[in-house]
Design a protein around this ligand. Structure first.
Ligand code: NAP
Length: 276
């Protein structure tokens, strides 16, 4: 029987690459990111190890035209069973001081690309009554922090979007599964790109491997869990914070924000728009 296909955005490193490694034993893959050279070498590795057929698309998903081309591919893939909307990035600096272009780019990638690719995938999957979508959000969907305004807002949106889809699919009813994956601090290139010291953000017990995050997600998918928060520490944290009245929650978040000065005041010249 022909293998089914999993599409993964942001597969050139970190959590996306870990999803590719985890799923290549059973599925063919469609890997998407800007660094096509990275995708091609991952594809060669996975084909050799698992016999998977791995296609790669070099695309900037913050661009409308490139996202549309990927959506078309996803809509037309008859063997599609899973889309992982994982591509994403963080940014530093107060919202009003940081470059607007970078904030808009984040919204286009986390929100608009997720809208478009999810629409294409569901039009494909719902009539077949099978498969799923994993939207990689973050614990930041539940926690606000100065210096991460757009990040937390877009990740909250991803979680709310996934919850809405869950209700629609359940109402059909449909066997298509949706999941908002909400990891905490995860070893990947994410914080290297931000030039933020990991040890200054959180103790080592709060850092997880991309493999552990992916294992929790796949186990959650098997159990049809809507919200997956890998790691018990994060589940406790989110459980407590989300039960607090808004004022009390913001008071705590104000304390944690003042400890995260590396985020609030951007470190390098291109992180903050020049005053001149
Ligand atoms: N690491 C954490 O602590 C953490 C915690 C919670 C949630 N997350 C979320 O997890 C997801 C994966 O991040 P990660 O931790 O694995 O970081 P990462 O190693 O930096 O991976 C990010 C991936 O997104 C891709 N990407 C970024 N901008 C893109 C664009 N414009 N178009 C297409 N692809 C793009 C990157 O590929 P190219 O550069 O090749 O395009 C890369 O493959 C993100 O959505 C992030 O918000 C991470």
């Amino acid at each position: 029987m022909a293998r089914t296909v999993v599409a993964i955005t942001g597969a050139s490193s970190g959590i996306g690459a870990a999803f590719a490694h985890k799923l290549a034993a059973e599925h063919d893959l469609l890997l998407i990111a800007r660094r096509k050279d990275r995708l091609d070498s991952l594809a060669a590795d996975l084909s050799q190890k698992f016999g998977a057929n791995v296609q790669t698309i070099g695309a900037d998903l913050s661009r409308d035209d490139e996202t549309a081309a990927v959506a078309e591919h996803i809509a037309g893939e008859s063997r599609l069973v899973l889309l992982v909307n994982n591509a994403g990035f963080g940014a530093k600096g107060r919202f009003w001081q940081a470059p607007l272009e970078r904030q808009e780019e984040m919204h286009r990638l986390h929100v608009m690309a997720t809208v478009r690719l999810t629409h294409a995938a569901l039009r494909n999957l719902v009539p077949q009554d099978r498969g799923g979508i994993i939207n990689v959000a973050s614990v930041s969907a539940f926690v606000r922090n100065a210096g991460s305004v757009s990040y937390a807002a877009t990740k909250s949106w991803m979680t709310a979007f996934t919850e809405g889809l869950y209700l629609e699919l359940r109402g059909l009813p449909s066997n298509v599964t949706v999941q908002a994956l909400c990891p905490g601090f995860t070893y990947s290139e994410f914080h290297d790109n931000l030039h933020v010291g990991r040890e200054r953000l959180a103790g080592s017990k709060f850092w997880m491997s991309a493999e552990d995050v992916v294992n929790a997600s796949i186990e959650g998918l098997r159990r049809r869990k809507l919200i997956v928060i890998p790691g018990w520490r994060y589940r406790v944290l989110v459980g407590l914070l989300t039960k607090l009245p808004t004022g009390a929650r913001l008071a705590i978040e104000s304390l944690t924000s003042s400890r995260r000065q590396e985020y609030v005041t951007a470190g390098s010249s291109h992180d903050i728009e020049s005053d001149h």
